[in-house]
Write a protein that binds this ligand. Structure first.
Ligand code: BGC
Ligand code: CA
Length: 294
């Protein structure tokens, strides 16, 4: 860790898992099993990475998979090309829950995350990455689906403040992070405003730490940046040897390790570690990965 002349703290990342995966994304942390779940969206795989044992296990699925989160009942909840599914980690069986976009075959689910009450928020995007035909949905704990936002192009980067009163959201091509007032009682959002505009690449996945600061992955920007959302100021940077940085999440037994996912998409010449997972010691704890369900 050192400061540069813009008063930005620079953190050093190390490669935690070298893997030949196409679109490594959607990471979440299971605090009971101390494993990292992640997906290869375009390779149609769900992975379980045990950083202590340095073992990575993969489960092939039959369609694009945008995000995987742990549930209170032990399965994984997946946001896939054709809707929401449970994945049984013992036998790899998928159980269909529902699909709010049955009438939109050119969309797929992208990033998703649970709030502190166990609701799953996940958004969609057009496969061509340009039509604003996507939306953000909430899968309630009783499995009812509520549409939360419309006219989304590439739904990404959902996270909450430590007091759960603010939700942060990214629609990547807009190059900004928006904040909403959040009501954790009923899961509703209001008062949308733009708080951060990103210059290097486009913002992709995002997480928050226990100080309320945001960690934002820069797709096309070779880094994860740390921001103060109150002062709307960048305060840190993790430079990476990969151009397309897709997401990040806190993990480790003390929730003080930041895991960063990257993609091996397009031209990755000179980026031998593209598609891999990096780890950083950020000297701060993260907010936990909340599990789905009551
Ligand atoms: C999507 C990619 C997209 C990227 C940048 C990711 O979350 O999965 O397909 O190119 O965001 O917007
Ligand atoms: Ca993403």
């Amino acid at each position: 860790m050192n400061w540069d002349n813009r008063n930005i703290v620079n953190y050093k990342a190390e490669l935690a898992l070298k893997v030949d995966s196409i679109l490594t994304e959607g990471p979440s942390w299971d605090e009971d099993k101390e494993v990292l779940y992640w997906v290869d969206i375009e390779g149609k795989k769900v992975h379980i990475f045990n950083p202590q044992k340095k073992v990575d296990k993969e489960i092939a699925v039959d369609q694009y998979v945008g995000a995987a989160v742990p549930t209170k009942s032990g399965e994984l909840l997946l946001a896939m090309k054709n809707g929401f599914y449970f994945l049984n980690l013992e036998n790899g069986h998928l159980t269909f829950i529902s699909n709010p976009e049955q009438n939109k075959p050119f969309n797929r689910f992208n990033d998703g995350k649970c709030d502190c009450a166990g609701r799953f928020f996940a958004g969609t995007m057009s496969l061509n990455e340009t039509d604003p035909t996507g939306a953000l949905y909430c899968l309630e704990t009783d499995r009812k689906i509520r549409k939360v936002l419309e006219n989304v192009t590439i739904s990404n980067g959902i996270t909450w403040s430590p007091d759960n009163r603010t939700m942060y959201y990214i629609d990547s091509p807009n190059k900004c992070v928006d904040a909403f007032d959040y009501d954790p009682e009923d899961g509703t959002i209001s008062n949308r405003r733009t708080i951060i505009v990103v210059e290097d690449g486009v913002p992709d996945g995002m997480t928050s730490d226990s100080e309320g600061m945001l960690w934002i992955a820069h797709w096309g920007g070779w880094q994860v940046s740390r921001w103060d959302p109150y002062k709307r100021k960048q305060i840190g940077s993790v430079k990476l040897p990969v151009e397309k940085v897709s997401s990040c999440v806190f993990g480790g037994a003390a929730l003080d390790e930041l895991y960063i996912t990257t993609a091996r998409k397009g031209n990755v010449k000179g980026q031998p570690d593209a598609g891999g997972i990096f780890i950083v010691n950020p000297n701060v704890k993260g907010i936990p990965t909340y599990k789905y369900g009551r």
